[in-house]
Ligand binder design. Structure first.
Ligand SMILES: [Zn+2]
Length: 194
């Protein structure tokens, strides 16, 4: 159903869910072992790197553990917006996120909160091929390039990409903190005891 390009998209829902979960795993990996999140566009990778460098300059390390929220339904259909070539989908799910910050000696901060984790995913519209001059950074070395050049081989690292390997891409993500999960658990425990 198209309504000014905006629609609730029930097609490829499982596939989007798989990519969403894969990105969450990649983001967790980034915070635990520094592995680059492959689905993320260069802008996200750059901002994660800047965050890491800033923390390192202060002698700090941050970890982010993203887990499923127990007992909550995680199903919601992605909302999508399409133009002539691309479909951008907004996928959001409830997650329990533990953020901890430590220096070389000890943990300085730790908080577990129930959050809404939202990811904007870009896919190709079915049957559409973007023009070869569409700007895109090389997913391997980060060099500014175009789709056409990446398909024939990045001029800097020589890696060749198939269109399937370049999409979907995670364009943006954000986390809304919905409250302190530990606090709720403590309240619940007290409630049971008394
Ligand atoms: Zn490259």
């Amino acid at each position: 159903m198209d309504n000014f390009g905006l629609n609730t998209d029930f097609s490829n829902e499982d596939e989007k869910k798989q990519y969403y979960l894969r990105f969450i795993k990649q983001l967790s990996d980034w915070y635990s072992n520094g592995k680059t999140p492959e689905l993320a566009i260069e802008d996200i990778r750059f901002s994660l790197e800047l965050q890491k460098q800033k923390l390192q300059s202060l002698g700090l390390d941050m970890q982010l553990q993203i887990q499923k929220q127990e007992g909550k339904s995680n199903d919601s259909a992605p909302l999508s917006y399409a133009d002539n070539v691309f479909v951008n989908s907004i996928c959001a799910k409830n997650k329990r996120i533990t953020t901890s910050i430590r220096n070389s000696q000890k943990e300085l901060y730790s908080r577990t909160a129930d959050c809404m984790m939202t990811v904007i995913m870009q896919n190709l519209k079915q049957g559409c091929v973007p023009t070869p001059d569409t700007a895109m950074c090389c997913p391997h070395c980060g060099a500014p390039s175009t789709l056409g050049r990446l398909e024939s081989g990045c001029e800097f690292c020589n890696t060749k990409f198939l269109m399937d390997e370049l999409y979907p891409r995670i364009m943006y993500f954000f986390i809304n903190d919905l409250g302190d999960a530990d606090f709720d658990q403590k309240k619940l425990k007290n409630h049971i005891v008394h």
